[in-house]
Design a protein. Structure first.
Length: 336
């Protein structure tokens, strides 16, 4: 047993017993520690008067403090600057450095590279509308909202890069490979809806969706989904401001069927928790590795039906936090 594997308390007890006059053998028997470990602890204590692991000098940095501070200033000012650009800057300052050296210096300052999150571009008009919406709907009956959206799911898209743990020589094992297709991967478009009571119907959109197709989707699925989830006839329907959703024939269908539509601010996917359900669905589907578009559609519908009701309810409960975040951000993008 190495001395650094022992707890600090146990090391202190070994030293304390040694100071009181106990021999190595007696300390070893009393504390049930190998005698060689006892000797090592005491030898370290005699040399350093301390049993703690002491800091090591390490290799001196190749960057001067001046360049290090300049790098941190540059990264803080422009978080999207690349390592190549930082390397060019160090050359211009007369202190050329490797990318790894620059990266290590930035890490020591508590800054690390991550993938930038994509957010919709918001104009001042968008932010004002989002802020007004958040303030006006903070007390809305969330359980009565029936939410809808469209998404695209790719056949092999999410598997383009995936790390695997494998032993040498097992590169071609089936578990360590990802299937691909010769002429592109393919994808399907889906329309779905959900409420706090669970998921409604999921429909595949074949071809490019038009306003007429959207009206037919509503006609064949919306009211029946509300009936299946026992929402009654006084539910509030949420959709985004896609031109097909706001087209004349779509509005007429909603009015003819007495559907109360929630006014929705543009560029606001962070206000619709269905985005999280889409992510859950895609992760579940791609764990099954569907081999063609028909199988992909079948997997999507099966996994959509499996999404837990309590997951839907928790997402709906997050509405208040989403609205609060928009108000705090004065209409700007939020973490959601």
């Amino acid at each position: 047993m190495k001395s650094k594997e022992l707890s600090v308390d146990l090391q202190d007890r070994i030293v304390s017993r040694h100071k009181s006059g106990e021999g190595y053998r007696k300390i070893s028997a009393a504390l049930k520690v190998p005698m060689s470990t006892v000797a090592s602890i005491i030898r370290e204590w005699k040399k350093f008067e301390n049993t703690r692991t002491l800091p090591r000098a390490g290799r001196p940095s190749k960057l001067s403090d001046r360049v290090r501070r300049a790098l941190v200033r540059e990264v803080t000012k422009n978080p999207m600057v690349t390592l190549s650009e930082l390397q060019r800057s160090s050359v211009e300052r007369g202190e050329p450095s490797r990318r790894t050296t620059i990266s290590a210096a930035i890490h020591q300052s508590g800054l690390y590279g991550t993938v930038a999150r994509q957010k919709p571009l918001l104009s001042k008009r968008h932010m004002a509308a989002r802020l007004e919406f958040a303030k006006r709907h903070s007390q809305i009956m969330r359980n009565k909202i029936f939410r809808s959206d469209e998404t695209k799911i790719e056949l092999f898209g999410v598997n383009a890069r995936r790390h695997v743990w494998r032993k040498p020589g097992t590169t071609h094992h089936q578990a360590n490979t990802i299937p691909t297709v010769k002429h592109g991967d393919g994808s399907i478009m889906l329309w779905g809806c959900f409420s706090a009571a669970g998921t409604g119907r999921l429909v595949r959109i074949k071809g490019k969706m038009t306003a007429a197709m959207y009206r037919d989707i509503l006609d064949e699925n919306l009211l029946q989904s509300a009936l299946d989830l026992r929402l009654g006839c006084r539910f509030i329907f949420q959709q985004d401001n896609d031109p097909k959703h706001t087209a004349k024939i779509s509005k007429e269908w909603l009015q003819d069927n007495s559907v109360n539509v929630l006014e929705w601010p543009s560029q606001s996917p962070d206000l619709n928790p269905i985005e999280h359900l889409w992510r859950d669905l895609k992760m579940a589907v791609h764990r099954r590795f569907p081999s063609n578009l028909m199988e992909l559609e079948r997997c999507c519908k099966e996994e959509w039906a499996k999404l837990a009701k309590d997951r839907c309810a928790k997402l709906v409960d997050s509405d208040s936090k989403r609205l609060e975040a928009v108000i705090a951000a004065k209409g700007a993008s939020t973490k959601y």
